[in-house]
Design a protein around this ligand. Structure first.
Ligand SMILES: C[S@@+](CC[C@H](N)C(=O)[O-])C[C@H]1O[C@@H](n2cnc3c(N)ncnc32)[C@H](O)[C@@H]1O
Length: 337
């Protein structure tokens, strides 16, 4: 007998933004940072957070029910995960991504239907303003927030690439669009024989330099300032591009893969990684939603399948290509010259 149909999953996804926005507001208000020094009684926490009495208990108890806080009697505490990843004072903080989701993506995603009809981004570009990167680079705090957010979203994949790529015969690498430099840092930490370059726009340099310095890697990791639309990529045995290609339209994707080919010696490798969509385009929901996020944020960006990327690599001249899983929705596409 077939079980009766249920609307549960429809309703769960339809109202998932309630839970999402509750978590985003908790990060914005600093709930997890306030609790990082230890549990707090309800009244103390309410006062520290500046919450109106009407919904303070509902808000905090919703966070308990969602699994982000623990409560004993009337005292609230972080869970091990929220303590490690959502306390702003810790190096393991991943809330930068959620801060960006809260103040930038949440309002823009409210216009998704319009974006789907028009094919146009729904951020500053909509009113004739500058593009995503110009906006970020005009505001030093916004830039730092974005780059830290990228480290948060990328760290698991970065550590996997650092461990699993065959680095034995490699001496040098360049990370294109390096942001804070977390991929370069993770590779250098795991592979002490390697030296690397982080390539990015000039305003990123101080942020990269202080991140690399914090990890004690300034001798082996250097910054190269450049614009990949204007300049060739620095030469290296391995070229890496994390969350770069999906920002751009197809001609730009091809141009960047071509520049990577030029920067590599024969036998060198291009490693492209992000939320690579499965070839059947039916399983990697995160990758497909990420592509909608590119619609919201960029004029021509989109995510793509492993087969798509291997095809572009072969057109550029790469002789062998393969796709390897990383963590969660991420995979890397490797092209060997
Ligand atoms: C989405 S972030 C990816 C950061 C990092 N690779 C990661 O995966 O976490 C894109 C990066 O590309 C850089 N970028 C954007 N336009 C660029 C350009 N024209 N030349 C060089 N880098 C650029 C940005 O500054 C940013 O650091």
């Amino acid at each position: 007998m077939t079980p009766p149909l249920s609307p549960d999953s429809i309703l769960q996804t339809g109202l998932a933004f309630w839970a999402s926005k509750t978590l985003l507001s908790a990060v914005e208000l600093g709930v997890f940072s306030q609790l990082a020094d230890g549990p707090l009684a309800f009244e103390a926490l309410q006062t520290r957070l500046g919450l109106h009495p009407r919904s303070a208990r509902d808000f905090l108890d919703a966070l308990v029910a969602l699994g982000f806080l623990r409560r004993t009697d009337r005292t609230y505490a972080n869970t091990p995960e929220t303590d490690l990843f959502l306390d702003r004072a810790k190096a393991t903080y991943v809330g930068g991504l959620l801060e960006m989701a809260n103040h930038r993506l949440y309002p823009s995603w409210g216009q998704l239907s319009e974006a789907l009809r028009s094919g146009e981004p729904q951020n500053e570009l909509k009113t004739g303003g500058p593009g995503l990167f110009e906006v970020l680079y005009a505001d030093p705090q916004g830039l730092e927030e974005f780059l830290a957010a990228m480290s948060g979203i990328s760290r698991g994949a970065n550590q996997t690439i650092a461990r699993t790529f065959p680095w034995q015969q490699v001496r040098t690498f360049v990370d294109v669009g390096t942001a804070q430099g977390d991929l370069a840092v993770q590779i250098a930490l795991a592979q002490p024989h390697l030296s690397g370059i982080g390539f990015d726009l000039a305003p990123v340099e101080p942020i990269f330099a202080s991140y690399v310095e914090r990890h004690g890697l300034a001798e082996r990791l250097h910054f190269a300032a450049g614009d990949f639309f204007q300049q060739p990529l620095p030469a290296a045995d391995v070229v890496l591009m994390g969350h770069i290609l999906h920002d751009w339209d197809l001609p730009t994707k091809r141009m960047l893969i071509g520049k990577a080919f030029e920067a590599l010696p024969t036998g060198g490798a291009l490693v492209v990684y992000e939320a690579i969509i499965d070839d059947d385009r039916s399983k990697n929901a995160f990758g497909l939603l990420m592509s909608l996020n590119m619609l919201i944020e960029t004029p021509g960006g989109f995510d793509y399948t492993g087969a798509d990327c291997m095809g572009w690599m072969r057109e550029a001249g790469f002789s062998s290509t393969r796709v390897e899983p990383l963590v969660g929705p991420d995979a890397m596409v490797i092209g060997v010259k």
